[in-house]
Design a protein around this ligand. Sequence first.
Ligand code: HEC
Ligand code: HEC
Length: 241
Amino acid sequence: MNKRLGIQIGLAFLLVGFGQTGTSGKEVDLKARGQTLMEEKGCLNCHYVQGDGGFIAPPLNGISKYRSEADILKMLTGPRPAKKVSESYPSPEELMSHVRLDEADAKVVAAYLIGLPADESFEMKGHDNEWKDIFPQGSQFKPHKVSKSSREGRKLFYKKGCIACHSTEGRGGRIGPSLNGIGATRSKAFIEQRINSGAVIMKSGAAYQPTSYSMPPSSLPKKDVKRLSEYLLTLPSLPTE
Ligand code: HEC
Ligand code: HEC
């Protein structure tokens, strides 16, 4: 066989091979466009999708288990909530109204998201059911004495970015609840568990009810988690909260 014919036959096989691949050009295109839009519109700053992204918001892998494509479209294009100032802890939409997309982009993103397989690397579950820890001490709670360890914990609270979401001693963010006086309502074990595991928002299989932001799980060593909890237990409630 001469060399040229060999190449031609090789090329023919290659072409037949391409014709038979499982994913059509259209699917590949949708995936790429969906991924690009998620990146361009900043969705990955908050959402974890296919191995990349943040944990401020629910991960979107496997979203088809609990949402329809129509749900996603509605959320991405729907009207913004009426502005109101709530007396109590504000809802996520009040705090920061969710990004909206135009109809065409929203359709691409919704079709892309609905096709994402669930992620095997973390289990989706709510931790509220595991812990019935409300008011262990109530008004009996006396803030713990400041110790060397709690002082270290206070430093970690700033250094590890907890302060961005939580306020203590009248300073900090409002994405998470204020942690002043947390010892009245939560045990040390609860606090440590919460810092370690964060919140993943839903229980596998159950319908997910969007209620609030989630707390990202930390990867801090045990001794730092202990210091943080010791710091938090020194905090008295503030009269204004
Ligand atoms: C600043 C953070 C942030 C950005 C940026 C963001 N989201 Fe979200 N998103 C959230 C939060 C928080 C929720 C949960 C809302 C709730 O629970 O009420 C959410 C919910 C969702 C949901 C519904 C999830 C569910 O379980 O029902 C979808 C879908 C979604 N976002 C898609 C997107 C897309 C697409 C983009 C980019 C165009 C985007 N988000 C950008 C924070 C963000
Ligand atoms: C991106 C925002 C964010 C960051 C950063 C963050 N948290 Fe949270 N945290 C939350 C949200 C939202 C909640 C409420 C929902 C939940 O319990 O998961 C929460 C809940 C908690 C709770 C339970 C409060 C209660 O009464 O149930 C503790 C304790 C806590 N965080 C400590 C920490 C510590 C310590 C750090 C730093 C290592 C930290 N958080 C970092 C958002 C955050």
